[in-house]
Design a protein around this ligand. Structure first.
Ligand code: NAD
Length: 450
C-alpha cells in the first residue's frame, strides 16, 4: 500500500481527505482462497432464462442470492442480466433499480452487467441498446466508491448462459481476483473450457512457464500460479540468475536462464519442460523492457531492443510452441494457454514511449490474430494490459507524474503486482476457456486511454 493510501485510511486521514475533497483510495478486498467468494448477499436483477442460468451459477457457489433486499441491508454484489434488451428504451427500469441499490453496497463490492455482444446484432436499435450498456457500465464504474468495481460480461450471441465458460468469467469478476479490474467488458465467446474440481487449486497438475520471473510482476505471477496448483518454470536472463533462483525456490519450481530474444529460446523452453515435467500447459510472456525517449531523440538501439524483447521474441516463441506436440496436444477442456503482458500504453499511447507502445499494441494484435490457431487446439491466447502498477519500473518515475498516474483512476491508487498476477492466473485456467484473443485491462479504470 502506498503512503498516501495508508494515511487516507487512518482516522485522521479519513477526516482530512473528506474535508479537503482529496482522493480517498480504499484498501481493496483481494483474493484469499480461504475466505468466501463474496462477504455478503448478491442481488440478481433482470428476468430472462439467462438470468435463471446465472442464478444457478451463483447458488452453486453457496452465495446468498436475492431478488430483493430490505432498504437498510448491505449488499456485497449485484448482477444485472440484460441479455434480452432490444431497444435503448428497454434499459431504463432495470438500470434505475440498480441505481437505487448502490448506496447499500459494502466496500469492495462488485457490480456485474451481463449482456449480449453488440456486434452480434444487425438491428440498429438492438445494437444501440447493447452498445449503450457498454457505455453505461464504463460510466457506472467511475461512480463506484470505497473500492467497489463495475464490469461487463459480454456473451456471444449464441452462447448459452449456463455454459461453464460463463460461470468461470462471472466468478472471476465477482471475486477478489479482480480487485484492480474496473470499467472493463470481458468477452466470453465459446463454451470451451471447464470448471475446476477444487476452486482453490484451479491449476492443479499444470506446468507453467513465466518469463521475466526474477522480479516485479513476473515474480508475483510465479507465486500466484504456484498457489493455484501449477508447477513453475521461471525464465529470466543470466544476469538476473540470483534473484530468479530466489523466486523459483520459493515456489519449488525450476529456473531456466535464457534471454528470450535468442533464436533458440522457444526450443530451450520446450526442451526444459519436456525433460523436467514431460508436459507444458501454460506460457506467460511477461518479460518486458522500456527504453523511453521522445521519437525525435530515439536511436536504433532503443527502438530495436524494445521491439525485440516485448513482441518479436513472443512471436518467435509462439511459433515454436504451436509447432510442438508437447504444448499443442489436443485435449478437450484443457487445451494450451498463452497469456501475454501488454500495457495501457499500447492502447492509449504514452509520451516518450513510441517504441514501447508499438510493441505492446503489437501484443494486442498478436493475440487477436493467434486466437483461431489456439482454438483449433482447444486452447486460448489472451493479453493482460496493466495500467499503473507499483513495481521497480514505476518507482523510478519522477515523483509528481508518479503520484498523478496513481490517483487518476477510478480506484485512486496504483495496482499491486498481485493484481496482474490474479488476472493472468484466471486466463491460464480451464475456467477461462471461453475467452480467446482478448485483451483485459488491469488498471483500476485508469483515465489514461479510458
Ligand atoms: P521489471 O523490469 O520489474 O521485470 C522484468 C523482468 O523481465 C526482469 O526480471 C528482467 O530481467 C526480465 N527480462 C527483461 N528482458 C529479458 C529478456 N530478454 N529475456 C528474459 N528476461 C528478460 O518489469 P515489471 O514492472 O515487473 O513488468 C512486467 C511486464 O509487465 C512487462 O512486460 C511490462 O512491460 C508490463 N507492464 C508493467 C507495468 C508496470 O506498471 N510495472 C505496466 C504495464 C505493463
Amino acid at each position: 500500500m502506498d503512503t498516501y493510501t495508508q494515511f487516507a485510511n487512518s482516522m485522521v486521514g479519513q477526516q482530512l481527505t473528506k474535508t479537503l475533497g482529496l482522493p480517498q483510495p480504499a484498501v481493496l478486498r483481494r483474493y484469499d482462497p480461504d475466505t468466501p467468494l463474496l462477504p455478503g448477499p448478491v442481488v440478481l436483477l433482470g428476468a430472462s432464462s439467462a438470468s435463471e442460468a446465472v442464478a444457478e451459477h451463483l447458488l452453486q457457489w453457496d452465495l446468498d442470492v436475492r431478488r430483493h433486499v430490505a432498504p437498510n441491508e448491505r449488499i456485497a454484489g449485484i448482477v444485472v442480466v440484460l441479455d434480452t434488451v432490444a431497444t435503448p428504451g428497454d434499459l431504463g427500469s432495470t438500470v434505475l433499480e440498480l441505481g437505487s441499490l448502490l448506496r447499500q453496497l459494502t466496500p469492495s463490492a462488485r457490480v456485474v452487467i451481463v449482456f449480449r455482444d453488440p456486434g452480434g446484432s444487425e438491428d440498429p436499435a438492438t445494437r444501440a441498446a447493447r452498445q449503450g450498456i457498454e457505455g453505461f457500465t464504463r460510466s457506472l464504474a467511475k461512480e463506484m466508491r470505497h473500492g467497489a468495481t463495475a464490469n461487463g460480461l459480454v456473451l456471444h450471441e449464441s452462447l448459452d448462459a449456463s455454459a461453464p465458460s460463463v460461470a468461470g468469467a462471472l466468478r472471476f469478476v465477482l471475486s477478489g481476483r479482480s480487485a484492480f479490474v474496473s470499467g472493463q467488458v470481458l468477452r466470453v465467446s465459446t463454451v470451451n473450457g471447464a470448471l475446476p474440481g477444487d476452486w482453490k487449486r484451479p491449476l492443479e497438475g499444470k506446468v507453467a512457464v513465466v518469463t521475466g520471473a526474477a522480479r516485479g510482476i513476473g515474480a508475483a505471477i510465479a507465486t500466484v500460479l504456484h498457489r493455484d496448483g501449477a508447477q513453475i518454470i521461471g525464465v529470466d536472463v543470466p544476469a538476473a540468475g540470483e534473484s530468479l533462483a530466489e523466486v523459483i525456490n520459493s515456489v519449488s519450481g525450476t529456473a531456466l536462464q535464457v534471454d528470450i530474444t535468442s533464436p533458440e529460446a522457444g526450443q530451450r523452453i520446450l526442451q526444459h519442460a519436456e525433460e523436467r515435467y514431460g508436459r507444458l500447459d501454460v506460457v506467460v510472456h511477461n518479460a518486458g523492457i522500456t527504453r523511453d525517449k521522445l521519437l525525435a531523440n530515439m536511436d536504433h538501439h532503443r527502438w530495436d531492443s524494445v521491439l525485440a524483447v516485448n513482441i518479436e521474441s513472443q512471436l518467435r516463441i509462439n511459433h515454436d510452441l504451436l509447432a510442438s506436440e508437447l504444448f499443442s496436444r489436443p485435449e478437450k477442456g484443457s487445451g494450451p494457454r498463452i497469456v501475454s503482458l501488454a500495457s495501457t500504453s499500447g492502447i492509449a499511447g504514452n509520451r516518450g514511449q513510441t517504441n514501447y507502445a508499438a510493441s505492446k499494441a503489437g501484443v494486442i494484435g498478436m493475440v487477436a490474430a493467434s486466437a483461431a490457431q489456439l482454438e483449433s487446439r482447444h486452447g486460448t491466447i489472451n493479453a493482460v494490459a496493466p495500467g499503473f502498477i507499483e513495481t521497480e519500473m514505476t518507482a523510478k518515475m519522477p515523483a509528481l507524474p508518479r503520484e498523478v498516474a496513481r490517483r487518476l483512476s477510478s480506484l485512486s491508487q496504483g495496482g499491486q503486482p498481485v493484481d496482474v498476477a490474479e488476472t493472468v492466473a484466471f486466463l491460464a485456467s480451464d475456467a477461462a476457456g471461453g475467452i480467446n484473443g482478448e485483451t483485459l485491462r488491469v488498471c483500476g479504470q485508469n483515465l489514461v486511454g479510458a
